[in-house]
Design a protein around this ligand. Structure first.
Ligand SMILES: [Zn+2]
Ligand SMILES: [Zn+2]
Length: 255
């Protein structure tokens, strides 16, 4: 009798130990699965290549990168085209002050990651192109050149909200030509880190700075990424396109 009880107790404790081992295994599996879901397989942004509609921008898709080559020539009218250009149009908006620049053809190459991922250290785009819109025009961030004030420069924006620095045309704010053409919730371009830029609306609601993180984006589903992707939004308010740096690791640019 005593022996039998002893045996039973050993058996029970073995079973209990077995259960604990089994449940530990299960817990580890669940944790691993959750970690995998959280880290996500990076989205493949090659689906965006065809959205760059202008003849002045080409997108070459490689295994790991999108190589975007742009002439940076707006397909809309501008007072900054030379007066003999068919796209020249006089403009005299309220308090408009034309700067001395004139739109000139560029040769800018942005090589961006095809599978963008969050960077551990968020680099500032600095001055110059930080991305490119679907019509070939480059995006600049919210900073003016040293000595200039971006809020003063707003008065130098043309009828479609861009202006040149020298001969390099660019947008700091919402390109109204593109949001009118494609919709306020449409994909408008990419930044150098490969993450897409969308307009100021989402699900028929205006996106504000409060909806976005420090880099001016958030994770979510978009029309182009049904499984979700981190993406920037252009807002009506400063800092407009980007905030405190790239969310992801930027690729390279030559100009
Ligand atoms: Zn500028
Ligand atoms: Zn969004």
């Amino acid at each position: 009798m005593k022996k039998e009880n002893h045996f039973k107790r050993i058996l029970l404790s073995l079973m209990a130990a077995g259960l604990i081992v089994t449940s530990c295994d299960k817990a580890e599996d669940v944790i691993e699965e959750e970690e995998q879901q959280q880290s996500e397989t990076p989205a493949d942004i090659s689906v965006l290549a065809d959205k760059f509609y202008s003849d002045d921008v080409t997108v070459q898709v490689t295994d790991d990168e999108l190589i975007i080559t742009t002439k940076d020539l707006p397909d809309h009218k501008s007072v900054y085209y030379s007066q003999n250009d068919p796209l020249y149009e006089f403009y005299q908006g309220q308090d408009f002050r034309q700067n001395p620049g004139q739109i000139g053809e560029q040769n800018i190459v942005l090589t961006v990651p095809r599978y963008p991922e969050e960077a551990s250290n968020h680099q500032s785009p600095g001055l110059g192109p930080m991305g490119v819109a679907i019509n070939s025009v480059v995006f600049f961030n919210q900073e003016a050149a040293p000595g200039d004030d971006i809020f003063e420069e707003l008065y130098t924006f043309d009828q479609y909200d861009g202006h040149p620095a020298g001969d390099q045309y660019h947008y700091h704010i919402e390109p109204s030509w593109l949001t009118e053409l494609k919709g306020s919730d449409a994909f408008l371009g990419v930044l150098l880190d490969g993450f897409p830029v969308y307009g100021p609306m989402e699900d028929q609601v205006e996106v504000t700075n409060d909806d976005l993180d420090d880099y001016h984006g958030h994770f979510g589903v978009t029309a182009d990424f049904p499984d979700g992707i981190y993406h920037y939004h252009i807002t009506v308010d400063y800092p407009w396109i980007n905030g405190d740096g790239y969310y992801g690791t930027p690729g390279t640019k030559t100009q």
